[in-house]
Ligand binder design. Structure first.
Ligand SMILES: C[S@@+](CC[C@H](N)C(=O)[O-])C[C@H]1O[C@@H](n2cnc3c(N)ncnc32)[C@H](O)[C@@H]1O
Length: 166
């Protein structure tokens, strides 16, 4: 029979050893319609302000930046974008890491092959995007991705929020 004092000691140990359980924030973000005044597939209008206020920490890596000039290092495959590194995100991976590390990273990739066709590219795999961001960002940094799939985290990442964007 285990006495109460021993049991309390075990419970204390378990509490100390377990990683903190973070309940993901699932609050919806009301962002309005996409703003395609600068290029197609632009952010929903109020999205970027919300991301920056809630999660952005500089220096920030911005993948698939499109027309945006926000972020210390910005990647896009098109020259006529706001990117300061132009190329396929996988091909420029080394350069991304060389210019890091970053405290946060954000990606707005094409979500499906249909969207990717507009840029003449193969639809990027979410797991490849998460891998690059994980490598580029410091421990306890923040990674964000705007996607229509609900993405599973890859190893080493912890979900702190899933915001349905309307
Ligand atoms: C959804 S749009 C981003 C729009 C951006 N958030 C904005 O508001 O302007 C996706 C972007 O990904 C870029 N892109 C597509 N495939 C890419 C790839 N393999 N590597 C880098 N950029 C890519 C496209 O050129 C496009 O600008």
């Amino acid at each position: 029979m285990i006495d109460d004092a021993t049991l309390a000691g075990w419970e204390n140990d378990i509490e100390r050893m377990s990683p903190p359980i973070v309940k993901p924030d699932m609050s919806p973000w009301l962002c309005s319609w996409p703003d395609s005044s600068k290029q197609g597939q632009g952010f929903p209008r109020r999205f970027w302000k919300k991301w920056c206020e809630t999660y952005r920490i500089n220096p920030m890596l911005h993948l698939f930046c499109g027309s945006s000039t926000e972020g210390d290092v910005r990647i896009d495959i098109r020259k006529d974008s706001g990117a300061n590194i132009v190329g396929d995100f996988l091909a420029v991976q080394r350069e991304i890491l060389r210019q890091g590390p970053y405290k946060s990273a954000f990606a707005d990739p094409p979500y499906t092959q249909e969207f990717a066709n507009e840029w003449g590219v193969i639809c990027p795999r979410p797991s490849s995007i998460l891998h690059i961001m994980r490598e580029a960002v410091v421990a306890n940094g923040i990674i964000g991705i705007l996607h229509l799939q609900v993405l599973r985290p890859i190893r080493g990442l912890q979900v702190v929020a899933w915001h349905p964007v309307f």
